[in-house]
Design a protein around this ligand. Structure first.
Ligand code: 6MZ
Length: 362
């Protein structure tokens, strides 16, 4: 089944760039810093290779990863590799999120960080990357899948769109700077804003002005919601009516009611939830209830590197944990087209590609 899950086209809507780095790359970069004496490699190696991490440990690991990756060259390299890895398992549309970072010691601004990400997208050469040099609305009517992989051609294609993350550690001003940068980068495939970071830090009212502004300016919004118990914040987030939410682990009855009536799609990250112990086991995971009540959901990886997973693995896990057959899994993958933040042109092209693929897989 895992092989089959790899074969089918898939859409990834919740992947953090710095959480999706290959272990081998992270170790290589860490070794380089070790040689320069910036870090003690053997200490870092232990942390990187550790498998089970609580939510608190995950955020400590992110601080370490950021020490290792925050120069322009590494940002471009990891972006290129992350896109290649998703494409290799037949992800056909990837919404990659990352927090623009300032790093004075490397002469890095939020803008130059994002330029490095875009350089990484340009550097991918073993697969065609569509990351919107034109705005979606201006795209031509040509279907890119007329001679694409799912009708026999060799070369794969992946659509990549970007979400800029606001870290919960940031101030209102810093969040606003990220939103303005996103608006400036629309022509480079930036389609929205994510709110993420350590869920025990920061307050909703700090981010609200920037998120409101983003929404007014036509950016789509996704929010990490309910990763820790915080009933009031979850209500405020649902009232904001974001385009999607991520996780939804610590939801209470009235949150579920509000979520279901508003039909906000949920990005589900099974391995991440289990590893961070925000959900005790898959048999009590809210996937089952949301799936059976036909609430919009999409399977995602969160952090393929940090949680040692892949999207195919997440599909396989869902199939076995919730007893879903291939036909249902295919429908789940295809349904995600409806929740992407890219425009109608891309949606149509993906629809067409899923239709072609389903014929080939019959
Ligand atoms: C909340 C998370 C996350 O932005 O540096 N991030 N935020 N919950 C999670 N689930 C476990 N996983 C990742 O990627 C790493 C950053 O993404 C957010 C955190 O802010 C982390 O520092 P970028 O590319």
């Amino acid at each position: 089944m895992e092989e089959w899950c790899k074969t089918i086209p898939k859409i990834e809507l919740h992947a953090h760039l710095n959480g999706s780095i290959r272990d081998s790359t992270l170790l290589e970069l860490a070794r380089g810093l070790g040689e320069k004496g910036t870090i003690v490699f053997s200490d870092v190696e232990k942390v990187i290779l550790k498998n089970d991490r609580s939510l608190v440990e995950v955020f400590k690991l992110f601080d370490l990863i950021h020490l290792i990756t925050t120069d322009h060259e590494s940002v471009s390299r990891i972006t290129k590799e992350v896109v290649e890895d998703f494409a290799a398992e037949n992800v056909v549309y990837l919404e990659l999120r990352t927090t623009p970072k300032r790093n004075d010691s490397k002469a890095m601004s939020k803008e130059s960080y994002m330029q490095a990400v875009v350089e990484g997208l340009r550097a991918v050469n073993n697969v065609d990357v569509d990351f919107a040099c034109k705005l979606d609305a201006e795209a031509t009517g040509n279907s890119h899948y007329d001679n694409g992989r799912y009708s026999g051609a060799e070369r794969k294609k992946i659509y990549v769109r970007l979400l800029l993350s606001i870290d919960r550690r940031e101030s209102t001003e810093a969040a606003m700077e990220t939103v303005k940068l996103a608006l400036q980068m629309k022509h480079l495939g930036v389609v929205g804003i994510d709110l993420s970071g350590n869920p025990v830090i920061g307050e909703w009212k700090t981010f609200l002005p920037a998120l409101k502004f983003a929404k007014e300016q036509g950016l789509s919004i996704t929010l990490h919601s309910g990763e820790v118990p915080n009933a009031e914040e979850v209500h405020a987030m649902l009232d904001f009516l974001p385009g999607r939410i991520g996780h939804a682990c610590y939801f209470e009855e009235d949150h579920w009611r509000k979520l279901k009536s508003s039909k906000i799609p949920v990005e589900i990250c099974l391995t991440s939830n289990i590893r961070t112990e925000t959900i005790p086991s898959l048999d009590v995971h809210h996937f089952a209830d949301l799936y059976s009540s036909e609430h919009p959901i999409t399977l995602c990886t969160d952090d393929t590197g940090v949680f040692s997973t892949s999207l195919s693995h997440e599909y396989n896990l869902a199939a076995s944990a919730f007893g879903l057959a291939k036909k249902e899994m295919y429908r789940l993958a295809r349904n995600a087209v409806n929740f992407i933040f890219a425009g109608s042109q891309v949606k149509e092209e993906l629809e067409e590609m899923f239709a072609l693929a389903s014929k080939e897989l019959e």
